[in-house]
Design a protein around this ligand. Structure first.
Ligand SMILES: Cc1cc2nc3c(=O)[nH]c(=O)nc-3n(C[C@H](O)[C@H](O)[C@H](O)COP(=O)(O)O)c2cc1C
Length: 330
């Protein structure tokens, strides 16, 4: 049974990828994931704010006179709240690369072009096999148009891919109004793949204290459906590697993502819930499913259910929408 797959030009032993998360902060858990069968791992994102805070703290420290009060150390921001400070992040890439045989993908979330490029270069220098650009942003400024948002993202992709030699994937939000057009533009800008999708953490409201409550809810399989739709549409149109991220919890979910055209399937919530070993049982069941359905190679089933079989996907979607609404009878 051949589960090998090529993601962002990297050869992976299978399409299961550990998505960006705290798992790789710790070498032991990364090793456990590799042992359980992960095809590749994505590190948590390094945020530009972390870099800026660290630089500010260092500047303030070095500007102090030599006999400065030790309390000057309190100028340091609360580093404990960051799991990996920027220099630790870069060192962690080196550690992971020296201990793991599977590809290690670094993840960045910048705010300025310079930071994306600079830290992209440094991640590459430390041995990262690829970069994932995590464009998690909530645009609240009414003067900033969708076209401007996308142009800014494209400028980052152009600059980063011009600077580094390693492949670059772009982790997208599902809220682009014309995703196929934007994905084509990302390909032109030099991206090697897209990750569908980032998951927006949605604060709840505490109605007693009139407070917003930021919470992380782990996903369930229902979130996969949004990914399946876009995988089916995009895989029929683009040569980019497509990575599904969000809502993959079991072998059936993985099969669905592959059938709709995913090159890889990223997982986080299921690993946080059940631990790394769940990967080996998902892989085992994937092989069993492939044997039962007479597939010997993962490439044979990839995209078998994408929109390339459908002459007019937009009309098909519209017709299905109407059928579903009409089917509800009271
Ligand atoms: C605890 C936690 C930390 C995460 N950290 C990051 C991160 O640093 N960067 C990122 O791009 N995504 C991050 N994510 C999002 C995941 O990579 C993934 O996109 C999301 O959880 C959906 O996948 P899932 O349904 O398999 O959990 C994080 C998710 C969780 C639960």
């Amino acid at each position: 049974m051949n589960l090998e797959t090529t993601y962002l030009g990297l050869r992976l032993r299978n399409p299961l990828v550990v998505g960006a998360s705290p798992f790789c902060d710790n070498l032991d858990s990364a090793l456990q994931l590799q042992e359980a069968g992960a095809g590749a791992i994505v590190m948590r994102s390094l945020f530009e704010e972390q870099i800026v805070l660290e630089q500010r703290a260092l500047n303030r420290l070095t500007e102090e006179p030599a006999d400065t009060n030790p309390e000057g150390l309190s100028y340091f921001p609360n580093y404990e709240s960051y799991q990996l400070a920027p220099d630790q992040y870069l060192r962690q890439i080196v550690h992971l690369k020296s201990a793991l045989t599977i590809p290690v993908i670094a993840s960045l979330n910048g705010r300025t072009l310079g930071a994306w490029v600079d830290y992209g270069r440094q991640c590459e220098a430390c041995g990262a096999d690829a970069l994932e650009l995590n464009f998690y942003q909530l645009v609240t400024n009414p003067a900033f148009s969708a076209a401007q948002v996308e142009e800014q993202m494209l400028a980052v992709v152009r600059e980063v891919t011009k600077t580094v030699r390693i492949p670059v994937a772009v982790k997208l939000s599902p809220f682009h109004s014309a995703l196929p057009h934007f994905v084509a533009a990302l390909e032109q800008a030099g991206a090697s793949g897209v990750v569908l999708f980032n998951r927006f953490y949605q604060p709840d409201i505490d109605i007693e204290n009139l407070d917003a409550m930021p919470i992380i809810r782990l996903s369930d399989s229902s979130e996969l459906l949004l990914r399946l739709r876009w995988l089916a549409i995009l895989s029929a149109q683009t040569k980019l590697s497509l990575s599904s991220s969000g809502g993959a919890h079991n072998t059936q979910d993985v099969v669905k993502a592959l059938l709709t055209g995913a090159t890889t399937v990223q997982m986080v919530s299921v690993l946080l819930k059940h631990g790394p070993r769940i990967l080996s049982s998902i892989l085992h069941d994937l092989e069993a499913w492939m044997i039962k359905h007479e597939y010997s190679d993962i490439d044979e089933l990839r995209g078998a259910m994408n929109h390339s079989r459908c002459p007019d996907p937009a009309a098909y979607e519209r017709a299905n929408y109407q059928k579903i609404l009409q089917s509800w009878v009271i």
